[in-house]
Design a protein around this ligand. Structure first.
Ligand SMILES: Cc1ncc(COP(=O)(O)O)c(C=O)c1O
Length: 419
């Protein structure tokens, strides 16, 4: 290449599409692209128009994970393309800045600080990291509930076989009289050997919300730590993790925050960071740095970038408004089915003990038959739950669900109760 051509090539390269982290966040932001809507009914119509929904069935199974609205999806695809164009330049120069920025956006959303938060791949990783990385000694005790999530319970079984930890398992009533009933259930199992309580912020099979702050206050009096499984809570309703004063909190962001699949959050109270063992080893020497706990090597960083879009989207709706809508949708159908012969609502009636998710069972039909009839005859997609004290279908609508769809559910369940 002669000198002239060489200079031309360098000139062209300097106009290559490399953007700084700040420019990038502006270019890919959806903040100013979403319309300002004052009227609530108009807002929910606009929200629904952002989703590509299947005609074949009514989706009342958003609890597994949320499909994401098109404004987020389109940006996610842009992030994938951008990171692909940049190659390792992105990893070397922009990754850290972006991750720090997104962590601080998340900190605002969940009411905590960046030095106590890490972005993980899901709630399973966050919570299993704490259970497996806890400095267990033989004879230590842990407490959790039958209604907790399978893979966390299995991790407690694994550490029991591995370290000789004794697990105490309680059962949460579907209709507690008050907070004290729940708190004293956990308290009744505490001994001087108890080290850790796992508790669901929202029980996934019934949607029951537990009194986390009171459980933490009680446990801390005995010097027992509390790990909260909040898989269903971030982006679903408004709360502050710092306000709970819990020790650990794990959530899946691909559920109610509607990020692309493969994003979770881990909160570790900064007094506990040093004592946990990371899931995977890494070179971070500072033991109080939370980043030490979730170094996972090269991973799909474009997915992390989309978290920012999901936060913008939820801020556009307003987390309080979303909470109200989710609770309204749940009560819209569940209140119409309470106190009817053969129908059992497995979720507390107290408005503060649930939000968008609830569970309904039938005395005359098993849960698996019930979900099959709902799908085959009424084209309603739900999931059957049949364990512990819960027999029924979990109903999890979403911000795109209409009351007309819920009317179809109500009529279907009423008809089925007469079979
Ligand atoms: C209560 C609860 N905890 C943890 C999880 C695990 O979430 P993920 O599969 O996203 O890791 C779930 C998933 O449904 C859940 O419902």
């Amino acid at each position: 290449m002669d000198k002239r051509n060489f200079l031309k090539t360098i000139g062209a390269l300097s106009f290559s599409p490399l953007l700084s982290a700040n420019e990038l966040s502006k270019t890919f932001s959806i903040k100013n692209k979403l319309p300002k809507i004052e009227n609530d009914e108009e807002l929910w119509k606009e929200v629904r128009s952002h989703y590509t929904l299947k005609d074949e069935y009514i989706n009342l199974e958003s609890g597994y994970y949320n499909i994401i609205p098109n404004p987020i999806l389109e940006n996610f695809i842009k992030h994938v393309k951008h990171v692909n164009v940049e190659g390792s330049y992105y990893m070397r120069y922009d990754l850290k800045k972006n991750k720090d920025r997104i962590t601080s956006e998340l900190a605002k959303l969940v009411g905590s600080s960046t030095d106590q938060l890490a972005i993980t791949r899901n709630a399973t990783e966050s919570l299993d990291l704490v259970i497996s990385g806890f400095p267990w000694k033989e004879g230590d005790e842990a407490i959790y509930a039958k209604q907790d999530y399978g893979t966390m319970k299995e991790m407690f079984e694994q550490i029991s076989s591995r370290y000789g930890v004794i697990n105490k398992i309680i059962s949460i009533p579907n209709h507690p009289k008050n907070d004290e009933e729940i708190v004293s259930l956990y308290e009744s199992q505490i001994t001087e050997k108890t080290k850790l309580i796992m508790v669901c912020h929202m029980i996934n099979i019934t949607g029951q919300i537990l009194p986390i702050k009171k459980i933490c206050e009680m446990a801390h009096k005995y010097g027992v730590e509390v790990m909260v499984d909040g898989a269903h809570c971030v982006g679903h309703f408004d709360f502050s993790i710092d306000d709970f004063n819990c020790d650990y909190y794990g959530s899946s962001l691909h559920k109610w925050l509607a990020t692309p699949l493969g994003v979770g959050l881990l909160y570790v109270n900064k007094k506990n960071t040093e004592k946990l063992w990371p899931l995977l080893a890494n070179g971070i020497q500072n033991k109080s740095d939370i980043k030490r706990l979730n170094h996972i090597g090269t991973h799909p960083v474009h997915t992390d970038l989309a978290i920012s879009n999901s936060i913008d989207y939820i801020n556009w709706i307003g987390i309080k408004k979303k909470e109200e809508r989710m609770r309204f949708l749940q009560r819209y159908w569940s209140d119409k089915l309470r106190n009817i012969n053969n129908i059992i609502i497995n979720t507390p009636e107290d408005i503060n003990r649930s939000c968008g998710i609830a569970n309904v069972g039938l005395k005359n039909i098993t849960p698996s038959e019930m979900s099959k009839i709902l799908m085959d005859k009424y084209k309603i997609f739900t999931v059957a739950i049949d364990y512990a004290n819960v027999k029924g279908c979990r109903i999890s609508p979403n911000v795109f669900t209409t009351t007309q769809e819920l009317d179809i559910l109500v009529e279907a369940i009423k008809e089925m109760s007469l079979i």
